[in-house]
Design a binder for this molecule. Structure first.
Ligand SMILES: *Cc1c(COP(=O)(O)O)cnc(C)c1O
Length: 373
């Protein structure tokens, strides 16, 4: 069909959007290369799968698929409110935490506003900012000689705030760098912001780090009404395919987010599985132990290969080469190993690799050794 161009009918925000490139699905790679048994270490998914309790809850829900979901997510929100010791009114559910980032942009950003975030921060922040026609204030990350090279520079981020700034995005830990902020520093930053600047602290990977380092930003919401904390079931809880995330904020912000939220944005299976996953502490513990061992395995394997990497408190590691990484990524694909190129982040010589099972990590390291030889 002949393609018609309608881009001059839309605002500059949408016209200038460049869609997010997700990790390649295993089936796509196998189909394209005619191989089998490929592994995916490209989207920070849980290599253990999903919690058995969540899977049991799904089975149980299969007889009720003809009903619309509970639009208010009562049971899940109740359990989340208990977990975080906040009122139910503080919780907003999203179709993944990605959707909450969209809601935040829809509510707080527009053509005469700006959003502040770091260079190398999660790719969804620039996308939602651009979508709303707002200005992105991208703050240079810590330089290569800084102990937290590539990490968020909170001092510079604070200095970048202008009267037009409505949102500040902070990922702790950040994707794709794996860098993190100590909770004392982050809390001081949040508390110092002007009241009309909303700070989004994205804790998608918080379960993987030590609580005494990363802290728990949800406990600050009471004293910081302009703070929104986002969490997800996609990573440590292993439910990426079901799309469930949530925000914790002052009820005044949650009310605004709920005004733009599509009524049934989280489906019934997602609600049921997420609710059950919260009670599976054994699975979470196993996930953390697997990740800790896997990170150690990957980083020592990379050290042996003489390959540089950024220290990570998440479930992936950013690896640096002294050449453009896309051809390495292609070679790894031919070994049936899917990793994530990050040239779109301005890191053309780096690859992001998710922590897998011990066998998957070994397969990646062997494939990389082969590709580098
Ligand atoms: C993966 C990720 C998310 C959210 O993913 P959802 O699946 O939409 O919940 C949010 N923030 C960061 C930094 C991530 O890496």
């Amino acid at each position: 069909m002949k393609r018609h161009d309608y881009s001059d009918l839309v605002g500059p925000g949408v016209a200038g959007l460049v869609p997010y490139t997700p990790g390649q699905p295993i089936e796509t790679l196998e189909r394209n290369l005619g191989i089998v048994d490929a592994i995916k270490l490209a989207s920070n998914e849980n290599p253990l799968g999903a919690s058995p309790k969540a899977r049991a809850a799904l089975d149980e829900h299969l007889t009720k698929l003809h009903f619309y979901p509970d639009a208010d997510g009562f049971e899940l929100k109740k359990r989340l409110a208990e977990k975080h010791a906040v009122l139910r009114e503080c919780i907003t559910l999203g179709n993944g935490s990605n959707e909450l980032l969209v809601f935040l942009a829809q509510v707080f950003l527009g053509p005469d506003t700006s959003a502040v975030f770091s260079q190398y921060a999660f790719a969804v922040y620039p996308i939602v900012t651009q979508m709303m026609g707002a200005r992105a204030q991208v703050v240079p990350a810590h330089a290569h000689d800084h102990p937290m090279a590539l990490g968020h520079d909170l001092r510079a981020m604070y200095a970048a705030i202008e009267p037009s700034t409505r949102l500040v995005f902070v990922a702790n830990p950040n994707n794709p760098t794996g860098t993190w902020l100590h909770h004392d520093r982050l809390r001081d930053f949040v508390a110092s912001l002007p009241p009309e600047v909303i700070c989004v602290v994205d804790e998608a990977y918080t379960e993987y780090g030590e609580p005494d380092v990363l802290g728990d930003a949800a406990t600050w919401v009471d004293s910081c009404p302009n703070l929104v904390v986002t969490r997800t079931f996609s990573k440590a809880y292993g439910l990426a395919g079901l799309r469930v995330g949530y925000a914790i904020s002052n009820p005044g912000i949650a009310d605004l987010l709920n005004r733009v939220r599509p009524t049934f944005n989280v489906n019934a299976l997602g609600l049921a599985a997420a609710r059950a996953a919260l009670d599976d502490q054994a699975f979470l513990k196993q996930t953390k132990a697997t990740n800790e061992a896997g990170l150690a395995q990957l980083t020592s394997g990379l050290d042996q290969l003489g390959v540089a990497h950024t220290p990570s408190k998440a479930n992936f590691v950013l690896i640096h080469f002294d050449q453009p990484a896309h051809s390495l990524s292609d070679q790894l694909s031919h070994h049936g190993v899917i990793v994530r190129p990050v040239a779109n982040y301005g890191l053309p010589n780096a690859l992001r690799v998710s922590v897998g099972t011990p066998e998957q990590n070994t397969r990646f390291l062997n494939a990389l050794a082969d590709a580098l030889s």
